[in-house]
Each structure stands twice: as structure tokens, then as C-alpha cells.
Design a protein around this ligand. Structure first.
Ligand code: URA
Length: 294
């Protein structure tokens, strides 16, 4: 008589297959390193270090003379262990200081490559900085890279990116010619989870500076996450349903940009009936960029 095999008698291959199936179901779809890393132990050590840092007296640091600050090389990002010891608002201040020092997109990318203040960098394969024509009048800002973007190091290259390319094409735009695309967060959150408030906050100064450096006429926010990350205030509390299609203003602190929130293409893949509203928004973008001759 055949009886069901008890787990203890599973072959090594069956057990490995079951484990991989479990990982896949839990959203683990990418091996990042050759050897496993105990992130729980890492977080516990970081929390201990932060507690010790808070308990220690704060040294007074004399401000650097303004001229010396301006002529100095861009601030070097700290190593992961140095950054992990800093309280989180200091990491955000570091991010602001680094981002504002960038005078070109290449400098900004180089700063981000050295910046270790965002935990997501520990698990992501690539920095996903931006793609398209940096002189474009239209800039689109998405949420965060997914699996395909992490592998390629470019934003919106998966299924939602293909839909986005088709939507752009329909209004006579393309990332190769006259559109530039980036995300509110530069590294893939593991398993495509939502980025935490802290992860969004440390990326914010960089994406604001990136928008300033591209200097588009119009910024389109794709989905709720970039709206929440970059507009803050009441907009962050309103849903994307309410906000989409309504022009607003993005204030980077030194510049103001015309901005339009619309649905994220990944949402449109799940809810194709909503495409007509996104289509309306894209037509509005086109009309704003190319007002009809009177
Ligand atoms: N979704 C995003 O928001 N950004 C990407 O780059 C890809 C998918």
C-alpha cells in the first residue's frame, strides 16, 4: 500500500524544490549574493550602535567657511557602517547636502553611487538612476524599480515600462527623443514591497535635484508614491484617484515645476478600464507642451 511520504523522508531534491517554491511564493525572486546574509542580526547591531550614538555626548562641529564649502569637492558619501550609526534625520541631511552639490546629472549619479544612506542599496543589484533625453521638456517620475529594472539598471523596462512607452508614443513622445524617466526611489525594494518612509526620505533630495537638473516644462507623477514622496502635505494624504488629472505645482525648494499626477502603468495593466482616464491625462500633457496654433 502506498502511503504519503512524511516530510522527514523527503529527498534532498524535493526539500530544495519545496524551499524554492516557498521563497517564490514569498516574493523572493532574486539571489543577490553568493552567501546568505543575516539582515536581522545586521539590524540588531545597527540599533545597538544607534542607541550608543544617542547616549554619547554630541560633539560641537565648527561650520566650514562658506567659500571653502563651495569650492570643495562634492561631499564623499560615508561607508555603510558609518551611515548606519547615524540617526536617520542626519542621513537625510547628508543626502540633501550631497544632492545640492551636484551640478550635472553625471555628478548626481556619481554621488548616488557612493551614497550608502539608503538600506535598499544593500539588497539591490543596481542603482536605477534615469533614462531618456535629459534635455526633454517632459519628465516622468515613477515609484521604485522592480525586478527587471534592477537587473538592467534602467527605469521602466518591464511590462509596465512597455505600456508606458506605448502611451508616450501615442502622444508623439519617446524616451529616446523627448522624454526623461526616473523614479522617486533609486533602488529596488526587496520583493517589490513598498519603500519605507525613511527610504523615500533619503532618496527625496536626489530626485528633487534630478528634476532641477533636467529642468523639464512638465513633470508627470506616475502613481501615488511619487506624489506622496515629492508633494507631501495634503496631496500626500489624498488618493491618486482624487489627484489624477489635476495640475499642481512641484516646489523643489529653489524651483517650481508644473506637475500632473496620473495612474501608474502597472495599475493600468491590472485595471485596463482606467486607461481612458490616463489617456485623457496624456492628451492634456501633449496639449500643454504643444498648444494648438490659434
Ligand atoms: N515601476 C516603477 O514605478 N518604476 C519602474 O522603474 C518600474 C516599475
Amino acid at each position: 500500500m502506498q502511503t504519503e511520504a512524511a516530510p522527514a523522508s523527503m529527498s534532498g531534491l524535493d526539500a530544495a524544490t519545496a524551499l524554492f517554491e516557498w521563497y517564490a511564493a514569498m516574493g523572493v525572486d532574486l539571489a543577490v549574493d553568493d552567501a546568505p546574509v543575516d539582515r536581522f542580526a545586521q539590524s540588531a547591531a545597527q540599533m545597538e550602535a544607534q542607541k550608543a550614538q544617542r547616549a554619547a555626548p554630541v560633539p560641537r562641529v565648527a561650520p566650514a567657511p562658506a567659500a571653502a564649502t563651495r569650492s570643495a569637492a562634492p561631499p564623499q558619501a560615508k561607508t555603510a557602517s558609518q551611515t548606519a550609526r547615524l540617526p536617520s534625520n542626519e542621513t537625510v541631511m547628508q543626502a540633501r547636502e550631497a544632492a545640492s552639490s551636484a551640478q550635472t546629472l553625471d555628478e548626481l549619479r556619481a554621488l548616488l553611487e557612493r551614497f550608502d544612506g539608503c538600506n535598499l542599496k544593500l539588497t539591490a543589484k543596481s542603482l536605477v538612476f534615469g533614462d531618456g533625453n535629459p534635455k526633454a521638456r517632459l519628465m516622468l517620475v515613477g515609484e521604485a524599480p522592480g525586478r527587471d529594472e534592477d537587473i538592467e539598471g534602467r527605469p521602466f523596462v518591464g511590462r509596465s515600462g512597455q505600456l508606458l512607452d506605448r502611451m508616450l508614443q501615442a502622444i508623439g513622445h519617446s524616451r529616446n527623443e523627448n522624454a526623461y524617466i526616473a523614479n522617486a526611489v533609486y533602488w529596488r525594494p526587496p520583493g517589490n514591497r513598498d519603500p519605507s518612509d525613511q527610504e523615500v526620505a533619503v532618496c527625496r533630495p536626489f530626485i528633487l535635484r534630478q528634476i532641477e537638473l533636467v529642468s523639464p516644462d512638465i513633470v508627470v507623477f506616475l502613481g501615488a508614491q511619487p506624489v506622496k514622496a515629492l508633494l507631501g502635505g495634503d496631496a500626500a494624504r489624498s488618493g491618486i484617484r482624487k489627484l489624477r488629472g489635476h495640475w499642481t505645482e512641484l516646489d523643489t525648494g529653489t524651483r517650481k515645476f508644473k506637475a500632473l499626477p496620473t495612474y501608474h502603468p502597472a495599475y493600468l495593466l491590472r485595471a485596463p478600464l482606467e486607461k481612458r482616464l490616463a489617456w485623457r491625462d496624456f492628451l492634456d500633457v501633449k496639449a500643454t507642451l504643444e498648444p494648438a496654433a490659434r
